[in-house]
Write a protein that binds this ligand. Structure first.
Ligand code: PGA
Length: 252
């Protein structure tokens, strides 16, 4: 079965309520007539319910930018998977490099978030990626392997749609430097193999692996033409309706 492409926009800590509503309306309009791909947007928490109203009855999937593992409790500053489900959120970005590097989230914490999300039927978009120095020192594979094994410890899946993996080299995020299509394809193929050692082979074969890091209208087509790139996670270029529309409307 062919993997259905997923184009995901991570709005990070951007957009007022008005801006979020307008951007969501534009994304819905840009994806309305497309039935061969999925489109996801991850607004900041303050705009989640508002955007939920805009995307209801559309093809656009709502995601949060993080999620706690418990359904409720004394966890100041966190959002539970049940709260997300309650407002119509279907996905949650977990382990984004900004969470790992700015907020020091560990593999162990990320693993708990992934387990909690899956248990509550929220699909994690599980982010991994190496820094520039790790790549230059030849440690890329070790780093990715470590992140994948620890992040997915004790995670079991019934089908491939319960998890999305996003490969985002840290040196490419927000820097304007994109991995070349060959660099990205090589890592994606390696990751699919690795996922095949963790889950059943047919689950790994059907799982979507996204690329992220300075994805823009200029490089989307060539990235999406690679065999193992099943979609993209977009930051900066997802904040502009026109550029995100061009990305959504990629050509293979
Ligand atoms: P960028 O961000 O597209 O601005 O590089 C990607 C991400 O952080 O997911």
């Amino acid at each position: 079965m062919a993997r259905r492409p997923l184009i995901a926009g991570n709005w990070k800590m951007h957009t007022s309520l008005d801006e979020a509503r307008a951007l969501a309306v534009a994304v819905v309009a840009a994806s309305n007539d497309l039935d061969d791909r999925d489109v996801m947007i991850a607004p900041p928490s303050t705009a989640l319910s508002e955007v939920a109203g805009v995307v209801a009855d559309s093809n656009v999937i709502l995601s949060s930018q993080n999620v706690h593992w418990a359904v409720k409790g004394a966890f100041t500053g966190e959002i539970s998977p049940l709260m997300l489900k309650d407002i119509g959120c279907k996905m949650a970005i977990i382990g984004h490099s900004e969470r790992r590097h700015v907020f020091f989230e560990t593999d162990e914490l990320i693993n708990k978030r992934i387990q909690g999300a899956i248990e509550n039927e929220i699909t994690p978009v599980f982010c991994i990626g190496e820094t520039l120095s790790q790549r230059e020192e030849g440690k890329m594979i070790d780093v990715l392997e470590g992140q994948v094994w620890s992040g997915l410890e004790n995670v079991s899946l019934h089908n491939a749609s319960q998890l999305v993996v996003a490969y985002e080299p840290v040196w490419a995020i927000g820097t304007g430097k994109t991995a070349t299509e060959n660099q990205a394809q090589e890592v994606h193929a390696y990751l699919r193999d690795l996922l095949g050692n963790i889950f059943e082979k047919n689950i790994a074969a059907q799982m979507r692996i996204l690329y992220g890091g300075s994805v823009k209208p200029e490089n989307i087509d060539i990235l999406m033409q690679q065999d193992d790139i099943d979609g993209v996670l977009v930051g900066g270029a997802a904040l502009e309706a026109d550029s995100f529309e061009r990305i959504i409307r990629f050509h293979k």
